[in-house]
Write a protein that binds this ligand. Structure first.
Ligand code: CA
Length: 491
């Protein structure tokens, strides 16, 4: 059981921090402190005291396998939002571990520093009473000193007042209309979205429609098969045509691009050429001029995608364009050479598509997922986060939402650009996690198999999907206005 230590201006029992610097700042607010060495430890988790800087009598370590968990029993006397600060030190480099509250996964917290430092999960809603808060092994390799529980600050509602002005000053009217619509609704409504590689009448849209009686407002597509190193192997795609069809049916389209690396760099099966493991491409060498041929090969690939985007522009289709996604994760080649090379490539892509190919129908959705990978406000219209929290996890992911809001100031619109589970819209409203939209990934995340058009409730149960699509705050295809006539905002 956790030992509770109160500090603050209200009812004070004791304060037992070895680090006194923390004290002064926190005297104005109520903090609950639970030492990890007094908490319930399971699996390989055990107490230690070698690393200096801990509070209480030590810390716990040994998070190395599934089932390695440290559980705190947190008691609060009022319903409300609380920040959970797991004071931890990394055993070397960036580490992420799970936080589970009352059996429900809330996401992960991360630590990079090798001395004890704050690692905060923001805005967990707790009712008055006692709650089980577990820190559970994901990557492991940390020292956990204590949990501090602090009432959360109110969300500043100005984060929802985002600009509708696009970074490309030559943006088409339809792109401006779409951004105006998204900005007008941001903070009060959430658009539904779904990836469906065969378009509106493909498998994923069909099963969502059968399940809920509604179509998503946003169709997610992928330029993957237009990558030259896939086309050369016989890949084909109708994604561009599906996008035009959906736009003409009143919908909104978003595109990602699993960029299959140029054939020269493929080391395994050609179709795995967007993964780090599938290539030997060295993006840093290309971007710093050591591999001039590689630079030209990338330009050739960009030309192939520009050709598709130009078809969309000619058809009047604005695109929520999400290139070079999930870069900081490091599993795609465009993220494998670090933040600087990635940012250079992102800016090269922006410059090529905007200034060389004259693509003005793009709303630039940046999805680097780390503040250090942010290329600059002049290249980003919307910020996207991708979250796959597990199965039947309907939390709003407010901590990730607020982190993304804070990548830049004034805040940009933040969307859930890919997800496994659909979150509960009621929780999003309660928590203030007003994602501009969500866009569930395809295949098993909604459908049983490739061939059978049946809903798969492995990730989101049918009841929750229906609740989401029927929610008053969620916008579906039938609720979209005529986006070709929507008033353009001038701010
Ligand atoms: Ca401790």
């Amino acid at each position: 059981m956790g030992r509770v230590v109160w500090c603050g201006i209200a009812g004070i029992l004791a304060m037992m921090l070895s680090s006194s610097a923390v004290l002064a700042e926190e005297l104005t607010e109520t903090v609950l402190i639970y030492e990890a060495e007094d908490a319930l430890c399971e699996g390989n988790v055990h107490t230690d005291s070698q690393l200096e800087g801990y509070s209480g009598n030590g810390y716990v370590t040994g998070f190395s396998a599934e089932g390695d968990v440290c559980t705190f029993y947190v008691s609060v006397d009022a319903d409300g939002f609380y920040d959970l600060n797991f004071v931890t030190a990394s055993m070397g480099g960036y580490k992420e571990n799970y936080v589970i509250v009352d059996g429900e996964s809330l996401g992960t917290v991360s630590v990079e520093e090798e001395s004890f430092t704050d690692s905060i999960l923001q805005r967990d809603y707790l009712t008055a009473g006692t709650h089980e808060v577990s820190y559970s092994e994901y990557w492991g390799w940390v020292y956990l000193d204590r949990l501090e529980v602090t009432p959360s600050e109110e969300i500043d509602s100005s984060i929802y007042q985002v600009s509708a002005t696009l970074v490309n000053e030559n943006a088409t009217d339809n792109a401006k209309r779409l951004m105006s619509y998204l900005a007008d609704n941001y903070g009060s409504s959430i658009l539904s979205g779904q990836y469906s590689e065969d378009g509106q009448y493909g498998k994923e849209f069909t099963v969502v429609y059968r399940e809920t009686g509604k179509y998503p407002a946003i169709l997610g597509l992928d330029f993957i098969e237009y990558s030259p190193s896939r086309a050369e192997n016989g890949s084909t795609s109708n994604a561009t045509q599906y996008a035009i069809q959906f736009w003409e049916n009143g919908g909104i389209v978003t595109f990602c691009w699993h960029w299959n690396a140029p054939a020269k760099y493929l080391t395994g099966e050609w179709y795995n050429g967007f993964y780090v493991e599938g290539t030997n491409i060295d993006l840093a060498a290309i971007m710093n001029g050591e591999d001039e041929e590689g630079y030209q090969l990338l330009l050739d690939d960009i030309a192939a995608i520009a050709e598709q985007l130009l078809i969309l522009q000619d058809a009047g289709v604005p695109v929520l364009w999400r290139p070079l996604h999930e870069a900081s994760g490091g599993w795609f080649w465009w993220g494998a050479s670090g933040a600087e090379a990635y940012k250079q490539l992102y800016i090269l892509l922006y410059d090529q598509l905007t200034n060389v190919y004259g693509l003005n129908n793009l709303i630039w959705l940046w999805n680097g997922q780390d503040a250090n990978w942010y290329p600059g406000d002049e290249y980003v219209d919307i910020i996207g986060e991708d979250i796959y929290p597990g199965e039947h996890v309907y939390t709003s992911q407010v901590d990730t939402y607020l982190r993304a809001v804070n990548y830049t100031s004034p805040a940009k619109m933040v969307v859930l650009s890919e997800n496994g589970c659909v979150f509960d819209p009621d929780l999003a409203v309660r928590d203030g996690a007003m994602w501009g939209f969500w866009c569930t990934w395809g295949s098993e995340f909604v459908a049983k198999s490739m061939s059978i058009y049946a809903y798969n409730d492995q990730y989101t149960e049918s009841e929750m999907l229906i609740k989401a699509y029927e929610s008053d705050v969620v916008i579906t295809l039938d609720e979209l206005p005529d986006l070709t006539a929507y008033p353009i905002r001038d701010n």
